[in-house]
Design a protein around this ligand. Structure first.
Ligand SMILES: [Zn+2]
Length: 242
């Protein structure tokens, strides 16, 4: 077994996924989870592989390359209103098509509450319009939405307090508690969202002080790991590289 550095280099995250495969984990997308769960066909050890593209499409492509090399799939959630990238730009659109054509799932990384407050528009309409735009852009039918936590201080997840994904023709919202998904509260959740360290939740409850890396948790053989990573967190030499 290769020695794994617990830093946030692309080579480290690649090795961590490799190690997960060696432990016997099946690595799947969010919508595959819905399907396998519905058919009562979940493998014994699974990792639901979620990637929120917060800032860097270029680094999302690096992760896509790693996944394709390891023959694993992920769900990439894409923002439509980021100032950091434009899904319609020549390079982003090229990368998004590559992600789609490599068999990964694409979902919408929503900022619905932010939009409704900043633009003074109805949040539901914003969501409906965004789904149509993302579907049209990539000739897909997205099945899921994950709420982005940005700089506004507003919680985009609040939108879902009294609404269901199915009302918008979707299978899931990434934190929803509907039976069809209900992943966060029933899994071991590991996220790199603190940038310089990992955090984890066991069945929806934070494990205070547990900042062990993704691969450190593998030995525990949690049957369902919900892994959330952000392309922006990873680098070859240092965090400030493009
Ligand atoms: Zn985000």
């Amino acid at each position: 077994m290769e020695q794994i550095n617990s830093d946030f280099t692309f080579s480290s995250i690649e090795l961590q996924y490799k190690k997960a495969l060696e432990f016997g984990y099946k690595i799947i997308t969010c919508s595959q989870y819905v399907e396998l769960k519905a058919n009562n066909n979940l493998p014994k050890l699974i990792i639901v592989n979620r990637v929120d593209i917060d800032m860097s499409m270029k680094k999302a492509d690096r992760l896509r390359l790693i996944f394709d090399k390891l023959e694993i799939k992920a769900t990439f959630f894409v923002r439509l209103h980021a100032k950091e990238y434009n899904p319609f730009s020549f390079e982003c659109y090229r990368i998004l098509k590559k992600i789609r054509d490599s068999g990964h799932e694409i979902g919408y990384h929503s900022e619905i509450i932010d939009q409704s407050v900043i633009w003074k528009e109805d949040a539901e309409n914003c969501l409906k319009k965004d789904i149509i735009i993302l579907n049209t852009l990539l000739d897909i039918n997205i099945l899921g939405v994950a709420s982005h936590g940005g700089m506004t201080g507003l919680n985009n997840l609040d939108f879902w307090k009294n609404k269901k994904a199915s009302e918008f023709g979707l299978l899931y919202e990434a934190y929803d508690k509907e039976d069809i998904f209900n992943l966060f509260n029933t899994s071991f959740y590991i996220s790199d969202s603190e940038w310089i360290r990992w955090k984890c939740y066991n069945k929806g409850i934070i494990c205070n002080g547990d900042n062990r890396s993704f691969h450190d948790h593998l030995v525990s053989l949690h049957p369902v790991i919900y892994l959330l990573i952000h392309p922006d967190t990873y680098f070859d030499n240092h965090i400030y590289e493009d």
